[in-house]
Design a protein around this ligand. Structure first.
Ligand SMILES: CC(C)(COP(=O)(O)OP(=O)(O)OC[C@H]1O[C@@H](n2cnc3c(N)ncnc32)[C@H](O)[C@@H]1OP(=O)(O)O)[C@@H](O)C(=O)NCCC(=O)NCCS
Length: 165
């Protein structure tokens, strides 16, 4: 991570050249991310190279969410509290620029570390990601995220597992 910094999106960041190959994610960063931050809909974190600190090469969003206990399988609920809604943190829209392959792991590690840190003050039992497509699913599986048959796009990582990573 010494050549990179992951930090909150600021006014000085150049978002216009970012291209992850998925237009909906490029558009989100260019047009909607700042609004979301302002309205407290999502916190947006960007990855930059120390050598080019304005140019965004990756990003992800974080927001609070909850998952109905009844939607989760026993493999997950065994270690969860028996409340109808389970507090969670959603890591949304994680993406890196096509010219910077290999920084996806840095982005997700930063997101997981941040979730663990935040959850020590505002509890959350799960980290949730929306995995759009087979490639993203394989990527998240590498980090221990679990897919559920009845919630095909969502994947989960218990916070207790994240703490050990
Ligand atoms: C998904 C994405 C972030 C992965 O970024 P990346 O820079 O290619 O990821 P990394 O190279 O750091 O990969 C980390 C690990 O995941 C694995 N991985 C990454 N993509 C994979 C794939 N499609 N299939 C299998 N494994 C994959 C890597 O091999 C690596 O494993 P290793 O450490 O054992 O070598 C990137 O492809 C991307 O931005 N895609 C477009 C946006 C998107 O789909 N985001 C996710 C859903 S919103």
């Amino acid at each position: 991570m010494k050549d990179y910094v992951c930090e909150p999106l600021g006014n000085h960041h150049d978002r216009t050249q970012f291209d992850c190959g998925v237009s909906v994610l490029n558009d989100y960063l260019a047009k909607y991310a700042k609004q979301d931050v302002k309205r407290k809909a999502s916190a947006v974190f960007v990855l930059v190279e120390r050598a080019q600190p304005k140019r965004v090469i990756g990003f992800y969003t974080l927001c609070a969410t909850s998952i109905a206990l009844a939607e989760l399988p026993e493999v997950l609920t065994r270690k969860l509290p028996r409340y109808p809604e389970i507090p969670a943190i959603l890591v949304g829209r994680l993406a890196r620029d096509v010219n910077h392959p290999g920084v996806g792991a840095l982005l997700l590690s930063d997101a997981i570390t941040r979730c663990v840190r935040v959850a020590s003050e505002i509890a959350a039992s799960l980290i949730v990601v929306d995995s759009k497509g087979e490639a993203a699913t394989r990527f998240y599986e590498k980090f221990g995220f679990i897919s559920l048959p009845n919630l095909s796009d969502r994947m989960f990582l218990p916070m207790q597992t994240a703490e050990k990573l």
